[in-house]
Design a protein around this ligand. Structure first.
Ligand SMILES: NC(=O)c1ccc[n+]([C@@H]2O[C@H](COP(=O)([O-])OP(=O)(O)OC[C@H]3O[C@@H](n4cnc5c(N)ncnc54)[C@H](O)[C@@H]3O)[C@@H](O)[C@H]2O)c1
Ligand SMILES: O=c1ccn([C@@H]2O[C@H](COP(=O)(O)OP(=O)(O)O[C@H]3O[C@H](CO)[C@@H](O)[C@H](O)[C@H]3O)[C@@H](O)[C@H]2O)c(=O)[nH]1
Length: 931
């Protein structure tokens, strides 16, 4: 670890976190004040904008003469050279007016129309590098990169050694260039020159730019790794084939590093930075311009505006360093554009100019306060202007040593990584200049790699390449990463919340009832009608004797029933003037014919379609598949109802029984597949309580398939852990411990790793079988076999459990009393469909055992059950636990043991009890996969 690194870590360790936190809170409070205007005080904001327009107009008059004398003095020399100064000035003023109008218009347009429905995803990729063939640079911090054709040229940086060479990373595939390729001659020559002249070298924390002639300019930074002194030199490197140059020039501005340097029009604009070569660290707050033709330097003093009001204080009073600055726009465009010829084009150019300038974000001052405003420095006005940009959306938190790029195609700034001293960021944010809205990119893939600061990055097409930097722990980052950005949906259709007035639902079962109750409570302005052909079922709902047992269901029914929630058997009440109809009827495994026991039976869906077909619809009906259906059921619905004015969407339900209300209130995601215009209409309901980013729009087949796949994955996890329980039984390991160890890996996760007597329920098995059937019908035999094994293992686990009971009891169960605890397929539901207990009870009956069955909620048809646990253990030989009801953990097993026949067995099909305690009480205890 070098001295600087030690100093850095020391300073991190010795920072008073409370003070840091306090200053951060101060900054946030301040921002909160500033930002309050955005939504609530819109008219005021617009007024401000208009005042600004008027103000600018009067300023323009006053300044016109001065402007004519002084305009373009610094940056506009090339304009003068082309003798178009006069035209530029005139146009500039009309332009200024338009800019202000555009800003005001943009702002109103955005807030009123809410068009930012783009989901932006970023795939984090680690490009595979071949060390044999490629020149891979050593890890480093503080290096810089510029774009050169399809390469990022990486210069300098600080690591355990001097980094004077240039590396090229392909911006197409993120691979370092082959040794034999890429301007080998230039690099070799540069190296040679550096060796000949050791003063010509690049250190780190400098700024790097490339001009239109492919000449690279570096300014400032540390001279080299050893001395680590700052410099004020400009290094100029020409990479043109036959004009290779490597020159250095002294400038008159202060030596510095961690400044920002931006190339524009033969000038370098330098902002801030710091110099710690001497004992006292000096933070700069100046704006300097280096003329790259004659190396003359000029300091300039922008007028500072905040909220369109001129400020007396300089925003960077205490200096600014470790920030990022990025140029937006291209002054050449304006120079060559004929404003008189084409008004349409003129508008486009105006749009661009509105956003032009150098954008500055982040960094810190000499007292370690972080900046988190976005500043725009407009350099081509006189005087130049520095203003705080009022942005919408979630602005990135204050940070330093991040990186910022600009992409012209999407007109957005891309801000990545950095640190706030307490944490290191791995996030990517986009600021769309179209509407000044920040949007955070949802990253996927190698999520542990992005976190870094003091890195460098370059953007090309839709990929951000990131190299070097330090990790949270201050270690150098080795892996270069690439983030591929995908824009999921850019929607310009506006939500019209009030367009949906009435919603109906076919099916008042486990899904239909709770789903409509929650929807009705969250969407009080819409009416929800639940329709079922089963009158008994409807009566139960209307009399609050719910046919389903779900925690908190009562609360939602009480809130809504007879207000905006109706249960009925009358199809007219359901379909009259209805906007959206959910199909939430049962789709069990088919019991007959082709695909029997595998394919899903959609005859109940079919019966709904027949009802709809008969009904005289008066307006367009959005028909939503809420039931789990076989793939392409949507095509079938369209075929059946082809003469009706309908649109089909797929919106599968992911609630699990026992936690239905919670799942409906906070779904992990809401998937809506189908025509986007109608999907939006449905989304407008969900948006009343589900965060926008959780609503995923897909194509309709993807939505249908994703439901079947999700349940198959869940089944696969249960079978996986159950298969391990079998191994554990053989070798004496404990499957609960394995679940804990394996589930602690965040990639694997700890859910759905509880071993059991086998998964049950109306969904997992039937949906898994539906996937198997799909594979078979597509003649994908290997894939079908893979999934079938998940199903077979589940059957085996049930069989294994009743074999365990029978063999442990010496195959002699006849007339023995066996207590069955639990018949539901899991706890907290009254549902017994496909419950493992059904099979086990049947097998024990075949052994002629006397069964005493108890379940707090579940009831199996035609089977006598105990209403409570009273007297249930008297004279029994065994207890068999089949459902993980909490009530079963609270039984006094010592007392139960005393009442039971001896030997007393306990077969725990859920690993619910503590085996050693049960054994110490005298039980012959058998769990799954545990000693
Ligand atoms: N139960 C769950 O936890 C769950 C979760 C997610 C998805 N799903 C899926 O949702 C669908 C419904 O499941 P469920 O558990 O609510 O079923 P369910 O059996 O509890 O309820 C279905 C209801 O539909 C009614 N019905 C049948 N034909 C009808 C018709 N033509 N018109 C009106 N009503 C009719 C039945 O009478 C019944 O009350 C299934 O496809 C299932 O796979 C279920
Ligand atoms: O670690 C575990 C988790 C579950 N199970 C068993 O797996 C079965 C299914 O459980 P669960 O998925 O919680 O219940 P369901 O209500 O059937 O819900 C599933 O099926 C629904 C209907 O499609 C989906 O909406 C849900 O997302 C999906 O979890 C039950 O027998 C559980 O006891 C285990 O054995 N071990």
């Amino acid at each position: 670890m070098n001295q600087r690194e030690r100093r850095r870590i020391y300073s991190l360790q010795n920072k008073d976190p409370i003070n840091i936190l306090k200053s951060r809170i101060d900054v946030s409070m301040d921002n909160l004040q500033k930002r309050k205007t955005l939504n609530s005080e819109l008219p005021q904001l617009i007024q401000n904008k208009m005042q600004m327009v008027n103000y600018t107009a009067s300023m323009q008059l006053q300044q016109k003469t001065k402007y004519e004398q002084l305009s373009l003095k610094i940056l506009k020399e090339p304009y003068r050279a082309l003798n178009i100064k006069q035209r530029m000035i005139t146009n500039h003023f009309t332009l200024q007016q338009k800019i202000q109008d555009t800003i005001a218009y943009d702002c109103i347009k955005h807030i009123l129309s809410n068009t930012d429905n783009t989901i932006i995803k970023g795939q984090v990729i680690l490009p595979v590098q071949n060390e044999q063939q490629y020149t891979i640079p050593v890890s480093r911090q503080g290096s810089r990169v510029v774009k050169y054709d399809h390469y990022g040229l990486v210069f300098g940086g600080h690591s355990h050694r001097e980094n004077i060479e240039i590396h090229a990373i392909s911006l197409l595939n993120g691979q370092w260039k082959r040794k034999q390729e890429f301007c080998q001659s230039q690099i070799e020559q540069l190296k040679l020159r550096q060796i000949l002249n050791p003063n010509l070298r690049l250190g780190c924390y400098f700024s790097l730019n490339i001009d239109e002639n492919k000449t690279i300019y570096a300014f400032g930074g540390e001279k080299n790794t050893n001395s680590r002194r700052t410099t004020n030199m400009v290094t100029k490197i020409s990479l043109e084939d036959d004009r290779l140059e490597w020159q250095q020039y002294q400038t008159s501005i202060g030596c510095r590093r961690n400044h920002s340097g931006i190339y524009s029009h033969n000038h370098l604009i330098i902002i801030g930075g710091l110099d710690d070569s001497e004992l006292n660290t000096k933070f700069y707050n100046d704006f300097q311009m280096i003329n790259l033709i004659n190396m003359n330097c000029t300091q300039f003093y922008p007028k500072f505006y905040s909220k369109q009001v001129i400020q007396n204080d300089h925003p960077f009073q205490l200096g600014i360093a470790y920030h990022s600055a990025t140029l937006v726009g291209n002054p050449y465009l304006r120079m060559n554009y004929d404003f008189t010829s084409n008004t349409k084009k003129e508008e486009q150019v105006d749009q661009l100019f509105t956003k032009e300038g150098i954008y500055i974000f982040g960094g810190k001052d000499s007292e370690d306060n972080l900046y988190n405003e976005l500043y725009q420095l407009i350099i081509d006005t006189y005087p130049s202007v520095l203003q705080i940009v009022e942005t919408l959306g979630q602005r990135p938190s204050g940070r330093r040593s991040h990186s910022m790029n600009y992409d012209e195609k999407i007109s957005a700034l891309l801000l990545f990584g950095g640190t706030n001293e307490m944490e290191c960021f791995g996030d990517l944010h986009l600021l769309f200049l179209k509407n000044y809205t920040w949007q955070k990119v949802q990253l996927q893939g190698y999520l542990e790699y992005p976190f870094r600061y003091e890195h460098c990055s370059v953007y090309n097409e839709d990929k951000l390449f990131i190299f070097g930097g330090l990790s949270q722990n201050g270690f150098l980052m080795y892996n270069p990463i690439q983030i591929q950005i995908k824009f999921k949906t850019i929607l310009n259709i506006h939500f019209k919340h009030m367009q949906i007035n009435k919603v109906c639902c076919f099916g008042a079962g486990y899904v239909g009832g709770p789903t409509m109750a929650v929807m009705a409570s969250k969407c009080p302005k819409q009416t929800f009608v639940v329709y079922d052909i089963n009158e008994l079922q409807i009566n139960k709902w209307n009399n609050k004797q719910y046919p389903v047992y779900e925690k908190n269901l009562d609360e939602y029914i009480n809130q809504t029933l007879d207000n905006n929630l109706i249960f009925t058997c009358d199809i007219d009440i359901a379909l009259k003037d209805c906007d959206i109809a959910f199909l939430a009827v049962n789709t069990p495994s088919k019991k007959y014919g082709l695909g029997a026991e595998s394919s899903l039976d959609i005859s109940y869906i079919d019966s709904c379609l027949q009802e709809i077909k008969k009904y005289p619809l008066t307006k367009k009906l959005i028909l939503v598949e809420k039931s789990t259906v076989p793939i392409k059921t949507c095509d079938y619905i369209n075929a059946v109802l082809k003469d009706k004015n309908i649109c089909v969407l797929s919106n599968p339900e992911f609630l699990a029984e026992g936690t239905a209300i919670q799942d409906l209130l906070n779904p992990d995601r809401v998937i809506i597949g189908g025509t986007i215009e109608y999907a939006q209409q449905l989304a407008s309901l969900y948006q009343q309580w589900v965060p926008k980013e959780k609503i995923i729009f897909t194509n309709i087949y993807s939505a249908e398939l994703s439901k079947i796949v999700a349940n198959s994955f869940l089944a696969q996890r249960v079978s996986s852990i159950n298969s391990i329980s079998i191994i554990c039984d053989k070798i004496g390991a404990d499957v609960n411990e394995i679940s804990q160890c394996v589930g602690s890996d965040s990639r694997i996760g700890n859910k759905f790793l509880k071993t059991s007597v086998g998964f049950g329920g109306s969904c997992l098995k039937k949906d898994l079988l539906c996937l198997i059937y799909l594979c078979e019908s597509l003649q994908l035999d290997e894939v079908a076999q893979y999934w079938r094994q998940v199903y077979l293992l589940n059957e085996f686990q049930k069989q294994r459990f009743y074999n365990l009971i029978i063999t442990s009891m010496f195959n002699s169960l006849r007339n023995k009393i066996i207590v069955i605890l639990g018949v539901t397929f899991k706890a907290n539901t009254n549902d017994t469909r496909e419950s493992a207990s059904l099979m086990i009870i049947q097998k024990l009956q075949e052994e002629q055992a006397i069964l005493r069955i108890y379940d707090p909620q579940g009831k199996i048809d035609k089977l006598e059950q105990y209403q409570s646990l009273d007297g249930i253990f008297q004279g029994a030989s065994a207890i068999v636990i089949l459902t993980e009801w909490e009530e079963f953990t609270k039984i006094d097993y010592a007392q139960a043991y005393n009442q039971m026949a001896k030997p007393s067995y306990c077969f725990d099909g859920r690993n619910l009890l503590q085996g050693d305690i049960m054994k110490s009480l005298g039980f012959l205890y058998y769990g799954l996969g545990r000693i």
